[in-house]
Design a protein around this ligand. Structure first.
Ligand SMILES: [Fe+2]
Ligand SMILES: [Fe+2]
Length: 286
């Protein structure tokens, strides 16, 4: 059967006039969290400018999840108690979620999408820690944003995206194959272009563009691998970004190539219920 191309969305991101910009505060917060000379106050100063973000960080810090014995009332205390990287992760996750306003539909809901993305970010963080990889903070962000192309499609090409999801459900193929047939591009490519326009670091753009094909990443395959593997682990545990969809392409060969020990993956799977609980805290609106 000859399959006809329905819509060509390769230039989608470049054609959007009102694309949200990546918050400068988050870029600053990331740089500070990676700077060994920075103080808790430095990170707090950047975050405190955003009142909604401050409120969310304090709410999450004081939630039962962290089990603190007293109430934390300043971002500086939160940084001192939870550590730089947790607060930075919280800030990145909360701000990214605020940037987009997805339209809930039967197959794609904002809650499921961000729970999948945030869990992937936390899984990526754990993978790096357990495999002793140095790129923990980039891996968190890469995994958080790995499917951001889907949100762009949902928001700026809603009809085509719905058509695509319907086709994928009935064809039972992996998503990138259906995407190429229906919109002549993939959510990975759309995500990569968005991150390039946002001026995010090149390894991060590449990881998002290649999260389903990490061995194709030329500059930093490990980062793409960790993002893709985190996505796979979440989906295998039933947490997909699209309702009723299957797992993404299997990456076991790539895992072997890039030498992530199977024991590391087993350990992350064991910790998954706890990771999911943390992701629910990060994404909850109350
Ligand atoms: Fe994906
Ligand atoms: Fe995903």
């Amino acid at each position: 059967m000859i399959l006809t191309l329905r819509e060509d969305l390769r230039g989608l991101v470049d054609s959007i006039d009102d694309l949200p910009s990546f918050p400068a505060a988050i870029q600053k917060a990331t740089a500070i969290a990676d700077d060994p000379d920075a103080s808790a106050q430095d990170l707090a100063d950047v975050i405190q400018v955003d009142l909604a973000l401050t409120a969310k960080i304090l709410r999450v810090t004081n939630s039962a999840f962290y089990g603190l014995s007293r109430n934390v009332s300043t971002v500086r205390e939160a940084v001192m108690i939870l550590g730089f990287s947790s607060v930075r992760s919280l800030a990145v996750a909360v701000s990214t979620m605020k940037m987009f306003d997805t339209k809930d539909s039967a197959l794609f809901t904002q809650d499921a999408f961000w729970l999948h993305s945030t869990s992937s970010a936390l899984v990526a963080q754990q993978l790096c820690q357990l495999a002793l990889l140095p790129e923990t903070s980039e891996a968190f962000t890469a995994a958080l944003l790995h499917d951001v192309g889907k949100v762009v499609l949902d928001q700026y090409a809603h009809e085509a995206f719905m058509k695509l999801l319907d086709a994928q459900q009935s064809e039972k193929r992996i998503l990138p194959e259906t995407e190429l047939r229906i919109i002549n591009t993939t959510h990975s490519e759309i995500g990569r272009r968005l991150c390039e326009i946002w001026n995010l670091p090149a390894p991060l753009c590449e990881a998002i563009g290649e999260h389903h094909t990490p061995t194709r990443a030329r500059h930093h395959p490990m980062l793409a691998m960790v993002a893709g593997l985190a996505d796979y682990i979440c989906s295998a545990n039933g947490l997909t970004s699209i309702v009723h969809t299957g797992k993404p392409p299997d990456l076991s060969d790539d895992v072997r190539n890039l030498q992530i020990q199977p024991g590391v993956i087993a350990e992350v799977n064991k910790r998954f219920p706890h990771i999911l609980e943390e992701a629910r805290h990060l994404t909850s609106s109350d």
